[in-house]
Write a protein that binds this ligand. Structure first.
Ligand code: XIL
Length: 453
């Protein structure tokens, strides 16, 4: 009964709808309802001026619509122009930038927050403001050297990169030009031009120079990999290379990584079957250390490897090498390519404890801390920047707490995020260092300083 009544109530509406449709069809007018629109924009900071925001309207939807900007700085709405809007934000503060899009169906809005802190460089990327601490790392660390890496091309270019090295760091490592493939490209022909530039830069500016690395399976020239002579000739050639190189930089290079990454990652961590091991035997490491020692008895000699904190079994294998070398080795280089979420403080501490208990020197030699190890981020968020800062603090605190006699240096593997080797190595974006692409100090820099407190 009630259903029946309801039908009669809506029947006139239905008939009206049919009649309207008929009328429109009769006049040949097709009414297209307005499509849904969604206001959307992307923003980035100008690479040439950190007070300029680049706003890109990415609104989706078809049909006619109007886009207007509220730049959050007062004043009336500004009509969106084709291309990217460039807007200056000169004054410190927190601003709300809005894109308002209207069409016949209504209005949608996209809104983002912009934080400007001129002491941190200008507009803070993704709201993460850099460090405003004016303390200088090498001065704040009073009991060990603070290092970074460089290349001959950067030194030759001078400018902001070298200024930063000189002002902030007390030791340098060559990123790749003091490896065998660069220094000894063909038999009998050494090429020390790039290495000389780096070493001279250090010496002339009172910066300690750490040599890296005499023997590394990943930087062995082809002619050595495919060596044509006898094993005895091979050994004589390696002896000549080490003697020539260490002698050349005697009194200038304070320390050398004699052998880098000799251990396999797989089960039991045996020695890699490198050409050096194949032709010189399992005690090739000892021979190399002996030749380096003979060439410069005052130079500190290190064995350097990765995953020293994250893999307790690899760490144990590394300490076996150290023990087998006795007095020929001065120190352990633990690379410290780590992430914001691991390895744990206790595993990092174990590297320090194992080194100290053996009376050896510790070099945290290649520190970088990935903020995006799982490639699930497209920008460095505030959360990740803070987690990375906390990890920098943790690493520095552990290093700073070891006895003075065991200290040497903590070297960070790169200056700016966009210079990091990790971008190529892992093939995706990350922000593993203490400076952003524009040389602004990140929260990580504060983490380093806090680790010294
Ligand atoms: C890397 C450099 O950063 C790159 O520029 C180069 O192409 C390859 O080597 N462990 C090491 C360093 O001991 O020498 C490596 O450096 C990074 C991993």
């Amino acid at each position: 009964m009630t259903k029946f009544l309801r039908f009669f109530k809506i029947l006139p509406l239905f008939l009206l709808f049919i009649s309207c449709e008929k009328e429109e069809e009769a006049e040949g007018v097709i009414v297209i309802p307005p499509t849904k629109i969604q206001a959307k924009f992307e923003m980035s900071i100008s690479s040439t001026d950190q007070n300029v925001l680049l706003l890109d309207n990415k609104t989706t939807g078809t049909g006619d619509f109007t886009s207007e900007w509220d730049f959050g700085q007062g004043g009336s709405l500004v009509l969106d122009q084709p291309g990217i809007e460039e807007v200056r934000f000169d004054n410190d503060g927190t601003y709300s930038v809005r894109l308002i899009v209207t069409n016949a169906a209504g209005l949608t809005v996209d809104e983002k927050t912009v934080i400007v802190d001129n002491t941190a460089g200008g507009i803070c990327p993704n709201g993460v403001c850099g460090s405003t601490n004016s303390a200088i790392l090498k001065d704040a660390a009073t009991t060990f050297l603070v290092g970074n890496i460089t290349r001959a091309s950067r030194i030759n270019a001078g400018g902001q990169h070298t200024d930063l090295l000189k002002s902030t760091f007390s030791t340098i490592t060559s990123e790749y030009e003091m490896k065998m493939d660069q220094m000894y490209p063909s038999e009998g022909n050494y090429n020390f031009s790039a290495a000389d530039a780096i070493v001279n830069f250090g010496v002339n500016n009172g910066i300690n120079v750490h040599g890296h690395a005499l023997i590394w399976h990943n930087a062995t020239p082809d002619w050595v990999e495919n060596y044509s002579g006898t094993d005895a000739e091979f050994e004589a050639m390696v002896k000549d290379y080490i003697t020539t190189t260490v002698t050349r930089y005697k009194g200038k290079v304070a320390s050398w990584d004699v052998v880098n990454e000799a251990l396999e990652d797989g089960s039991g961590h045996p020695l890699r079957n490198s050409v050096f091991r194949q032709k010189m035997g399992d005690d090739y490491i000892k021979k190399c250390f002996q030749w380096a020692r003979d060439a410069d008895p005052d130079c500190l000699l290190f064995y350097n490897d990765y995953n020293m904190a994250s893999s307790p079994t690899k760490r144990a294998a590394m300490f076996n090498i150290v023990d087998s070398l006795g007095d020929l080795i001065d120190g352990v280089g633990a690379q410290m390519h780590i992430s914001y979420n691991g390895p744990s403080a206790s595993n990092i501490q174990a590297v320090a404890d194992g080194t100290v208990s053996r009376g050896k020197i510790l070099h945290f030699s290649e520190l970088d801390i990935r903020a995006n190890p799982n490639n699930d981020q497209t920008v460095l968020t505030g959360d990740r920047a803070n987690a990375q800062k906390a990890k920098f603090k943790e690493v520095v605190k552990i290093y700073n707490s070891i006895p003075l006699d065991n200290k040497y240096a903590l070297t960070v593997w790169g200056v700016r995020d966009n210079e990091s080797w990790l971008l190529n190595f892992w093939g995706h974006i990350d922000w593993p260092l203490m400076y952003d692409d524009n040389y602004n100090k990140k929260p990580a820099y504060d983490g380093f300083l806090e680790g010294l407190e």
